[in-house]
Design a protein around this ligand. Structure first.
Ligand code: PGA
Length: 258
């Protein structure tokens, strides 16, 4: 259950979030909980979550270890500050910052080299879905973004299916739409890496995940977890999301979604 904070919160706001969030999820050891704050908050987040099961990740990385690349941060640097995860190829990086399938592959390999678990994002835009091209887009993103990894590397990645039309729009993909896309991605994994690798692949759904729709999404066998943007910024709403298990919440009733 991963939270993507995007470009929100200062270090002080990060500390305040953890003060409220950690008590809410103290019993939630049924899933891995990951929070990905902006780079400048990583040290504060690592420190604030040190005594908890919550793990920290970056939102992007560059593929070189170090060098004259002004403004960039490497996977080794993320690992050194205490990150265990990193988001790669988020649609906002693809849309606004020129990320391509080729750069996603380089960044994914660099994250693995640094010992991080990359959460590789794929997903179609609205016009692509409406034109019936969803599977074609996902196949292209899989082929260009991850299929160049070795089998050993592939076993260590997580994929996030995030239909672009569902991100920040309040329009969640129905659990069925998400499950179909996940099944398609798993079939790509099976074709390239075999049955065992496909069965072991963790695929997260992302796009307007909220306390009110987490139950339906997690009820789908194909959906292994979620990547949450807006609803991960509030301690109570992210706690309500991570607390779902087998159709019920393991959280104290007062933190359950209405
Ligand atoms: P959202 O963002 O939950 O605010 O739709 C998801 C994401 O971009 O990862």
């Amino acid at each position: 259950m991963a939270g993507n904070w995007k470009m929100y919160k200062t270090p002080a706001e990060t500390v305040a979030f953890f003060e409220q969030f950690l008590p809410l999820v103290a019993g939630a050891d049924h899933r891995r909980i990951v929070i990905c704050p902006p780079f400048v908050n990583l040290a504060a987040a690592v420190q604030a979550s040190a005594q908890s099961a919550v793990e920290i990740g970056g939102q992007d990385l560059y593929w070189e270890r170090e060098g004259a690349y002004t403004g960039e941060v490497s996977g080794e640097m993320l690992a050194a500050v205490g990150c265990r995860w990193v988001i790669v190829g988020h649609s906002e990086r693809r849309q606004y910052f020129g990320e391509t399938d080729a750069s996603v592959l380089k960044k994914t390999a660099a994250a693995l080299r640094a010992g991080l678990t990359p959460i590789v994002c794929v997903g179609e835009r609205l016009e692509e879905r409406e034109a019936g091209r969803t599977e074609q887009v996902l196949a292209r993103q899989f082929a260009g973004g991850v299929a160049g990894l070795s089998a050993e590397e592939f076993a260590r990645i997580v994929i996030a299916y995030e239909p672009v039309w569902a991100i920040g729009t309040g329009k969640t993909a129905t659990p069925q739409i998400a499950a179909e896309a996940h099944a398609f991605l798993r079939a790509q994994a099976r074709a390239r890496y075999g049955e065992t690798a496909a069965a072991g692949l963790r695929i997260l759904y992302g796009g307007s995940v909220k306390p009110s729709n987490i139950q339906g999404l997690m009820a789908e066998e194909e959906i292994d977890g979620v990547l949450v943007g807006g609803a991960s910024l509030e301690p109570a709403s992210f706690a309500a999301i991570v607390g779902w298990e087998n159709g019920d919440s393991i959280l104290n009733p007062q933190f359950r979604p209405a």
